[in-house]
Design a protein. Structure first.
Length: 320
């Protein structure tokens, strides 16, 4: 079916459509919760409401519950699939495996159990970190190093079992959180790791541009350079917006300006609204609707059966 109808035929499968729509629904729900969470934080910081921080974080609790449910669902499905495959394997090879093969299969099974537990453990550690932050903000006696302990545990587990992918960003986030918790004297100095992270990504794009400029294939190099240049322009726009917002937040924390936080975060709300529109409407329509339209491909006629002027004339003579 894929050969006759093209790559878009996979979207005609009802199961694939259901998975795509479920993904975009979950993504839209996450965006909505993040927007409400930012609004609640603005209302709390601007003293518009007197809610405790545990109420302000309710949208984030919803996201945590959703991610925890998906982790449990993944663990349960993977466990049932492994049990089924192990039963089938035992039925096929019963009495034929030696002791070394049994030990090898047992080791693989234990490794698969550990790999399935990792997302669940990481989710629990992140939730515990958020709970400790909320307790500290609400005035409960929480020892500051204990707040970061779950996040440190999350980073250690993630680095051990998921490799070093994105290690620079994760390291900067870890250093940034540590600076925020333990150093409050000068907010300009506190956010130095964030400044360096932005510079790192800019240099990374510049290195990619230089790499493509040295390619032998000029046509391919030109296309790659154009793509990297467009990505650099987009990155510069987003970075300018982000660091402008960050600068206004720092100025507010230092008491230099009295701008309300909800006004400072207006660009963030605009971007989140665009992302919500894309995930909730534009992208699902682009992926689903074209595949549901009826095909109007012309019927392919056998060359031997095609009517040429000579054959049409001969057929007319025979008729008359």
């Amino acid at each position: 079916m894929m050969d006759t109808m093209g790559p878009g035929a996979i979207l005609l499968d009802p199961e694939v459509e259901a998975v795509i729509l479920t993904f975009f629904c979950i993504l839209s729900l996450i965006f909505v919760c993040i927007i409400f969470w930012l609004v609640f934080i603005c209302l709390k910081v601007d003293s518009s409401v007197r809610w405790p921080w545990s109420v302000v974080f309710i949208p984030l609790w919803i996201i945590d519950g959703l991610i925890l449910w998906m982790s449990l669902h993944y663990f349960r499905d993977s466990n049932s699939m492994n049990k089924h495959s192990s039963h089938v394997h035992d039925d096929e090879d019963e009495g034929e495996e030696d002791e070394e093969e049994l030990l090898l299969n047992e080791g693989r099974y234990k490794k698969s159990i550990i790999s399935r537990c990792i997302p669940l453990i990481e989710c629990v550690l992140i939730i515990l970190f958020q709970v400790l932050v909320v307790l500290y903000l609400d005035g409960y006696p929480v020892y500051l190093p204990c707040i970061l302990a779950p996040y440190y545990g999350f980073e250690v587990i993630h680095s051990l079992f998921n490799g070093k992918s994105g290690w620079v960003t994760r390291l900067v986030i870890l250093i940034q959180l540590t600076c925020i918790v333990f150093y409050h004297k000068d907010w300009v100095i506190v956010f130095i790791p964030t400044y360096l992270l932005g510079l790192f990504y800019f240099l990374k794009l510049w290195r990619q541009y230089r790499h493509f400029a040295r390619m032998g294939n000029q046509e391919l190099a030109q296309q790659a350079k154009s793509l990297v240049f467009a990505a650099t322009i987009l990155y510069c726009l987003l970075a300018t917006l982000f660091y402008t917002v960050l600068g206004l937040i720092i100025a507010r924390l230092k008491g230099m300006v009295q701008i309300r936080l909800i006004v400072i975060l207006i660009p963030i709300f605009i971007i989140m609204g665009i992302m919500l529109c894309c995930s909730g409407c534009c992208l699902p329509c682009m992926l689903i609707l074209p595949s549901s339209l009826p095909s109007h491909d012309p019927e392919i006629v056998d060359p031997n059966r095609r009517m040429t002027p000579s054959s049409a004339t001969a057929r007319a003579v025979l008729i008359f």
